[in-house]
Structures are given as structure tokens and as C-alpha cells.
Design a protein around this ligand. Structure first.
Ligand code: NAP
Length: 222
């Protein structure tokens, strides 16, 4: 099929393209420390299920809810995200959040994409556990109006947890169960620290990058 419309121009030219109101863009937000097959399966499944034209991976710069020293430097997380997504014509990676100083608030990102793509329907894809905390996010009422959410769950997740959110949030949140993939970034970091293999949990290029740069060997990033 059609490739990713976001690839039509360089990043700085993105705003020139006019979108029909039926076009849908997925915004895959996360710390990606590191990216793994769970994220990749989720993005592809979301694209298929919700008819997204493409999925833009947006690694956070400074996650608002985490201590800066507890997160791997953004350039490493960006590089791994690029390596993992390179072969999928519908996936692109954005430096938007890692190039913006200060905490990475989703509302700032979505506001900008809404301006650049005024006619597109935006879907912010992220973990269901992150979505549960949405009421604590910056300008959450505005955010839920700007985009819909796709809340990704691992096997065994109790979806009823989401029902504690107010109705006008819930109607904008679509749950997405990822069949059979129970991989987390925490698991990968712990396995590296213990000297256990991570091959087949994340693409080979990411495994090689982690080994090459000696990431996740110490407690600090865990
Ligand atoms: P997190 O708290 O590290 O993750 C919570 C859970 O969601 C974890 O199980 C995580 O698994 C999973 N997850 C995270 N991103 C995912 C994705 N794209 N697809 C599938 N599962 C995902 O959350 P985070 O990664 O730091 O943040 C998630 C998103 O929420 C980011 O875009 C962040 O900017 C946004 N956020 C915004 C605010 C705000 O605007 N104030 C506050 C908090 C979070 P893994 O560890 O395996 O990824």
C-alpha cells in the first residue's frame, strides 16, 4: 500500500502538506528505554486496527514524572528507536520532544502536531498504565480534546481500571490489547544488568547498540 505521508518532505516541510479530514496519524509516545518488540507490535496493531496512515514515534526528552538521572540520555533512546523502526515504511521517529528543553509534556507536542496537521485525526498511543494517570498531566482537559488515546495493554491487564476516569475522557480512550507480547523495557534493563540475553525481545540492531554502548549494565538507569 501507500507509504507514510509524513515522509513526503523533510521534517521542516511537514506543515506544507494538506491532510484530508479522514487521515489519521498515530503518535507513539514513550520513554523507550529501550524500545522493544512490545512497542513495535503495538504500533503496527494500532495502525491496522484504527486505519492510521502512519505512526510517528516520539521518544520523550525529559519524562515529567521521572528523575532525570534514572533515564538513559535521550540521544541513545532516539538512536535505538530509529534503528528499531527503520524497516517499516509507515513508521517515522520525531526529535520533537528530545530537542525541546524542559519536561516533555504531551500537550505541547500534540498542540504542535495539531497546528501542523489541522485536518488530520490524531491518536496518541501509549501504555494503559500511563493513560490511567492522565488527570495528573499538564492541561489534560485540553489534551483529551486535541487527540484520542489508544491505551496499549499487556496480556492479563484488567481494563476495568480505566473506568475510574471521567466519562468524557473514557469516550476518547480506546483500549488495545496486544496479543501474546509480555515484554517491558524494565525486563530488558534487568536482563542486561544480570547478564541475560535480550536477543529476540528487541531487534538485533537494538541489542547490538546496547552492547556497543554498554547501556543498562549498572543500577542507575533501572
Ligand atoms: P511509563 O510510566 O514509563 O510507562 C507506563 C507503562 O506503559 C509501562 O508498562 C510501559 O512499558 C508502557 N508504555 C509506555 N509507552 C508505551 C507505548 N508507546 N506503547 C506501549 N506501551 C507503552 O510511561 P512513559 O513511557 O514515561 O510515558 C508514556 C507517555 O505518556 C509518554 O509519551 C509521556 O510523554 C506521556 N506522559 C506525559 C505526561 C505529561 O504530559 N505530563 C506525564 C506522564 C507521561 P515500557 O516500559 O515497556 O514502555
Amino acid at each position: 500500500g501507500k507509504g507514510c505521508p509524513l515522509l513526503d518532505g523533510a521534517w521542516q516541510n511537514l506543515g506544507r502538506r494538506r491532510w484530508s479530514h479522514t487521515e489519521r496519524i498515530g503518535i507513539m509516545g514513550g520513554t523507550f528505554d529501550p524500545i522493544h518488540y512490545g512497542h513495535l507490535v503495538a504500533a503496527e496493531e494500532a495502525r491496522h486496527r484504527f486505519g492510521l496512515a502512519c505512526v510517528m514515534f516520539v521518544p520523550c526528552g525529559q519524562p515529567p514524572h521521572k528523575k532525570p538521572y534514572a533515564v538513559t540520555p535521550a540521544e541513545h533512546r532516539y538512536a535505538m528507536t530509529l534503528l528499531a523502526t527503520a524497516s517499516n515504511p509507515h513508521f517515522v521517529v520525531s526529535r520533537l520532544e528530545i530537542d525541546r528543553p524542559g519536561p516533555s509534556y504531551s500537550v505541547d507536542t500534540v498542540r504542535l502536531l495539531r497546528q501542523q496537521f489541522p485536518d488530520a485525526e490524531l491518536f496518541l498511543i501509549t501504555g494503559a498504565d500511563a493513560v490511567l494517570e492522565i488527570l495528573t498531566w499538564k492541561d489534560s482537559d485540553e489534551l483529551i480534546g486535541l487527540c484520542r488515546f489508544i491505551a496499549v495493554t499487556r496480556p492479563g491487564y484488567d481494563l476495568q481500571q480505566l473506568e475510574r476516569l471521567p466519562a468524557h475522557y473514557l469516550e476518547r480512550i480506546m483500549p488495545l490489547a496486544i496479543p501474546g507480547v509480555d515484554i517491558s523495557s524494565t525486563l530488558i534493563r534487568e536482563r542486561v544488568r544480570r547478564g541475560e540475553p535480550i536477543r529476540y525481545l528487541t531487534p538485533d540492531a537494538v541489542c547490538d547498540y546496547i552492547a556497543k554502548h554498554g547501556l543498562y549494565r549498572s543500577e542507575v538507569t533501572g
